[in-house]
Design a protein around this ligand. Sequence first.
Ligand code: SF4
Ligand code: SF4
Length: 188
Amino acid sequence: MRRKLYYILFKDLLGGLLITLKTLFKKPVTVQYPRESVKIYPSFRGRHALVRDPETGLSKCVACLKCVQVCPSRCIKVTYEEDVNGARKLLNYELEALRCIYCGYCEEVCPVGAIVLTEWFEYSDTNRESFLFDRERLLLNWDEFVKKYTNNVYTNKFWDLRGVPEVNKPALKRLGIQVNLQVLKDRG
Ligand code: SF4
Ligand code: SF4
């Protein structure tokens, strides 16, 4: 019995050591953050932003409310006013990021690519207020993101409508939404 027990323990010990030995020479899957930078994949969904229209410097949002309707967390609130022709003007866009589940539906459904979950992930804080984004804060989120973004053209894969036939997509989506960041960067 004792010999059997020794045998089992020794076998397990050797098995464990073998695993250690094997992983010792493998490339680590973790990084020493924040000393090492993290590779961000194109499908990463991070901090929300309202895209600043390079031409006007304002938000591209047309207050259609599609994002409000589709959001499963009910964390978006859009207020707007209408002119005599019924054209809408965005007054405020509020987003409670702590309730967001980062599904990306809001950016997928937006017909003009106005809202985006940027690849920015470093935004921890110790109070709730920091995660209540209003229109200005969302535009600033975009500016901060763009400053660190090295390419001159930005697009997001979730601006496309997955599984929807081309013919049924809004015109801009059929063309593929892109933002020319060079204009913004030139303005400083
Ligand atoms: S990512 Fe999803 S949960 Fe978050 S705001 Fe957009 S639609 Fe709502
Ligand atoms: S779907 Fe886009 S354009 Fe419509 S309200 Fe939301 S952000 Fe604005």
